[in-house]
Design a protein around this ligand. Structure first.
Ligand code: FE
Ligand code: CA
Length: 529
């Protein structure tokens, strides 16, 4: 095991290698050394949220990315030139402009490029402080309703920096997808130390929990120095949402898992986490946080082929079900002890997001309705401590009435071929989302795929062992592998692969397909092939 200590040189040099493998960053001269000795582009580049005429471009200037004050070694405002080209060698300019990076948003830039042609690839780069960034690739969406034949996506979640190398990200980049979904737990606010740190391959810069803005900024910066993550962001537009660890384990709305933390304190922590999230992600300016509030649920269209709905499963939640006076942590609750879990007045998404979501379903649209969110949707019975079975209160099982409302809204709507993608559980799941989960013969309303973790541990004590037999709607389950999902949407079918990396502790880990699935147009539920 190689232990990389904070402050040691990163593997940034590998970005070139990763780019060469994907053919994206490899054009000669594009990664030439900056004329100045200062490199402000230590965190890479990213694009996101494509529209028919453009996308968002992101970078953050940070010549000293791990500076303890979180400012990346920057102070005054700096102009950043950006350019978008039709070719990877950046010769045919399609758009260019200038942005200002200042300390307010920690020298990040979020450029909303418009005026481009629909449904084609573009390449982009930034120039600032006498240095040039690596070249990234983005693409525009087709016009609304325009024919699209194929959309290739990769999806991931749960990347703890200390527990493994980001080989999953490297293999996702090598697939050269059209989009990359980041479904939450992009960072972890806590570190593994002592006995729990036995499997660490590298260390967070700080070992205490991140609770403030400087801490979150350093945490994002450290993750983003990873060359495999940089390669993934550079190869395709990202579509991001968050889960709990972008703020704190198992938080719900304004409630910390820890009963000693007041709602006021929790909202201050949430404001710091959300602000740092915005600063480090390719999101449009209208997503800018306002204190502890930041709207990230949104929708994007890909011609007549796919509508992508991105949900926020954290910000608007009711308090955790059956929270005790000593803990609001997610836990396995037996039905006899937790009627609260199915209380219809409780919500996962919040009234405004639910209303927005169901109106979207009602309108319908493209052939495939893709819902990108953070969690396992299907009920998943698991072993309860001390014997018996229960349901985990932090996932959709803790907000069962909201799940019922969502699936009922979908069932009565024009939304075609609904497919949910989620993460959080650190296992692969394929499920049928049913009109009635108690009845195996009930109608399947939607298909669900859940990705395992990029590096995070499987759930302790194999709580889902035996879950398959008791939950016939769960058609595939694996807790033994780390990896990601790759899927390709076609006109008549969606093909999905559960991709497993060989070893999170191996920086050169290989990848294999653990299982393939097909979903046919008009037939909800995946078939393993
Ligand atoms: Fe996680
Ligand atoms: Ca989580």
């Amino acid at each position: 095991m190689t232990l990389i200590v904070p402050g040691a040189p990163t593997r940034r040099g590998l970005l070139l290698g990763a780019g060469a493998a994907t053919g994206v960053l490899a054009a000669p001269g594009l990664l030439r050394a900056a004329p100045s000795s200062i490199d402000p582009f230590t965190l890479g580049v990213a694009s996101g949220d494509p529209l028919p005429d453009g996308f968002v471009l992101w970078t953050r200037l940070a010549p000293d990315p791990l500076a303890k004050d979180g400012l990346g070694g920057m102070s005054s405002a700096v102009t950043v030139d950006w350019e978008v080209a039709r070719d990877p060698a950046m010769r045919q300019t399609a758009a260019k402009g200038r942005a200002v990076a200042d300390a307010g948003f920690v020298h990040s830039v979020h450029v909303e490029v418009g005026g481009l042609q629909p449904d084609r690839p573009y390449w982009y780069r930034f120039t600032a402080m006498g240095a040039q960034s690596p070249v990234g690739r983005a693409r525009t969406a087709p016009r609304p309703g325009a024919r699209m034949d194929r959309l290739k996506v990769v999806a991931c979640s749960c990347a703890h920096y200390e527990l493994g190398w980001f080989s999953a990200y490297r293999h996702m980049a090598a697939e050269e997808p059209d989009l990359a979904f980041f479904l939450g737990d992009y960072i972890y606010e806590y570190s593994y130390r002592g006995d729990r740190g036995r499997e660490n391959v590298r260390l967070h810069e700080r070992d205490e929990d991140v609770v403030d803005l400087a801490g979150f900024r350093v945490r994002y910066a450290q993750y983003k120095t990873d060359p495999d993550l940089q390669a993934l962001h550079a190869v395709a537009p990202s579509v991001v949402t968050w889960d709990d660890h972008e703020v704190q384990n198992d938080y719900s709305g304004a409630w910390s898992q820890d009963v000693s933390i007041s709602q006021t304190q929790m909202l201050a922590r949430r404001a710091a986490g959300y602000r740092a999230f915005y600063e480090h992600m390719p999101l449009r300016r209208h997503h800018r946080p306002n204190g502890p509030d930041m709207r990230i649920y949104r929708r994007m269209g890909f011609g007549d082929l796919a509508d992508i709905t991105v949900l926020d499963g954290r910000q608007y939640r009711s308090i955790q079900a059956c929270a005790s006076p000593t803990s609001r942590r997610g836990h396995v609750a037996k039905d006899a002890e937790c009627a609260n879990r199915t209380d219809p007045t409780r919500t996962m998404l919040g009234a405004a997001q639910e209303d927005w979501l169901y109106k979207g379903f009602k309108r319908g649209g493209a052939r495939w309705t893709v819902i990108a969110q953070d969690l396992l949707v299907a009920p998943a019975l698991e072993h309860a401590p001390g014997g018996g079975f229960g349901y985990f209160t932090d996932s959709w099982d803790g907000y069962a009435a909201n799940r019922d409302r969502m699936l009922a809204a979908l069932a009565g709507s024009k939304a075609r071929n609904p497919v949910f993608f989620g993460g959080d559980v650190h296992c692969f799941f394929n499920t049928d989302l049913k009109a009635d989960f108690a009845d195996p013969a009930a109608r399947t309303i939607a298909t669900e795929f859940v990705t395992t973790a990029v590096t995070q541990n499987p759930p302790a004590g194999s709580p889902y062992a035996g879950v398959m037999a008791r939950s016939p709607h769960i058609k595939f389950f694996d807790e033994t592998t780390r990896g990601y999902i790759g899927f390709e949407i076609g006109r008549d079918r969606m093909e999905t692969r559960f991709q497993a990396i060989s070893d999170r502790a191996d920086p050169k880990a290989t990848v294999r397909t653990l299982q393939r699935f097909v979903v046919e147009d008009g037939k909800p539920g995946a078939v393993a092939v």
